[in-house]
Design a protein around this ligand. Structure first.
Ligand code: S3P
Length: 412
């Protein structure tokens, strides 16, 4: 399905977000009851695969497009001592899984891959009783996969994390009364989990997805005389570097009504049209805005002055090669940018910049397709995006929200 999008005029409105994908997938794997709400294909496939594995005793599990689903479930299942086979769609079948298979095998699991990629085969085995691992990449999926394996394998695990990645798993396990401790020693974060203490099943409240919100935050910043209220958005500190960066870029954005449930903070986000200033994004915070880098790099084009990103290598192994996809989006709007290894510099053209005649390639990646749709707010004519079906994996009501703000969307 392709999209033709025409921008609307200014808006003062609010939108409805899907539930936080990361928290919902963790709750699905641990089979916990949650609040109802909109969820995308990734959460649905993770729920189904987890139910098929645990309740229905099935061996063959399909995770669709979801990297989080396949990586976390592989960890969780490899501690169970049963046989499984996990596969996914074309994009997922190209993503590296050795990052989880290698440490899981060191932990005593029997996980094998197809040239480092899915399908993933798990054979029955017993996990070792004590394990310490230093994360070679700042990945919440890798960290969570190991924690969930240790939980089912009744292993005492120590995970050493040089850079903080999203900590939803740690927060959830603490809420479920597992024996988990976090310490900071020698400027490293250390997580200790004693897998002998099982979870206490409790209901989990899932707030709105901050990463989904980021697209409408960007849209409002770029639109003239506009204001948006986004209610009940998750604001876990390890997830919201995009918010902090925007504030430093002069964005008129704030949070109100901060609340907390099951160790996760959430709040209403209020955002107004703004004139942005470029800035440098240090590589230390990249894990805390990893999914927001595509949309942030689009915003940089409409800022005053340059924006500089470093340490972007992980973007190459997301749902698409997002560094390549960002270059393609930037080229299509005639932006000025330079890439050098894992760094990216974007020259800001300022708040009045517009473009025309854009035909965006989504690379079948939901976040890239949504970047294209948001850019329509600065196009002087309709924009086109090919293959927007992937948006459904994380934000099934994305176009409904966009249309409620006055945009015209033609899907064919
Ligand atoms: C996620 C972690 C991130 C992120 C992904 C969701 C999670 O991946 O990009 O969308 O829920 O743990 P990495 O952990 O591989 O960086």
């Amino acid at each position: 399905m392709n999209a033709l999008i025409k921008k609307g005029s200014s808006f003062k409105s609010s939108i409805v977000l899907p539930l936080d994908k990361s928290i919902a997938q963790r709750a699905a794997i641990l089979n916990l009851e949650t609040n109802d709400g909109i969820v995308g294909g990734d959460v649905i496939s993770t729920r189904l695969a987890s139910k098929n594995a645990i309740a229905n005793g099935e061996e063959n599990l399909y995770l669709g497009n979801s990297g989080t689903g396949i990586r976390l479930l592989t960890g969780y299942l490899s501690g169970l001592g049963r046989k499984f086979n996990l596969s996914g769609d074309m994009s997922l079948s190209k993503r590296p899984m050795d990052r989880i298979a290698d440490p899981l095998n060191e932990l005593g699991a029997k996980v094998s891959l197809n040239n480092g990629k899915p399908p993933i085969k798990i054979l029955p085995s017993n996990l070792i009783k004590e394990f310490s691992y230093r994360l070679p990449i700042p990945s919440a999926q890798l960290k969570s996969s190991l924690l969930l394996a240790a939980l089912n394998g009744k292993t005492k695990i120590e995970i050493i994390e040089p850079e903080l990645s999203r900590d939803h798993t740690e927060k959830m396990l603490k809420y479920l009364e597992c024996d988990i401790k976090i310490e900071y020693k020698d400027s490293l974060r250390r997580i200790y989990l004693n897998g002998e203490v099982p979870i206490k099943e409790k209901r989990v409240f899932i707030p709105g997805d901050f990463s989904a919100a980021s697209f409408f935050i960007a849209l409002t910043l770029l639109s003239e005389n506009s204001r948006l209220l986004i209610p009940e958005v998750g604001i876990n500190p390890s997830r919201i570097a995009f918010f902090d960066v925007l504030k430093e870029m002069n964005a008129d954005i704030s949070v109100e009504n901060i609340k907390e449930k099951n160790n996760e903070e959430y709040a209403d986000i209020l955002v107004n049209s703004s004139k942005l200033r470029g800035r440098a994004i240090a590589k230390e915070i990249v894990p805390n805005l990893i999914d927001e880098i595509p949309i942030l790099s689009m915003l940089a084009v409409f800022a005053e002055g340059s924006t500089f990103f470093e340490g972007l290598s992980e973007l190459k192994v997301k749902e698409s090669d997002r560094l390549k996809a960002i270059r393609s989006l930037l080229t299509e709007i005639n932006a000025k940018f330079e890439t050098n290894l894992d760094n990216l510099t974007i020259k800001g053209f300022g708040n009045n910049y517009t473009f025309s005649n854009a035909k965006f390639n989504s690379f079948n990646d939901h976040r890239i397709a949504m970047c294209g749709a948001i850019l329509s707010s600065r196009s002087i004519d309709d924009i086109q995006i090919n293959n927007v079906d992937s948006i459904e994996t994380s934000f099934p009501n994305f176009f409904e929200n966009l249309s409620s703000l006055g945009f015209t969307i033609d899907l064919s």
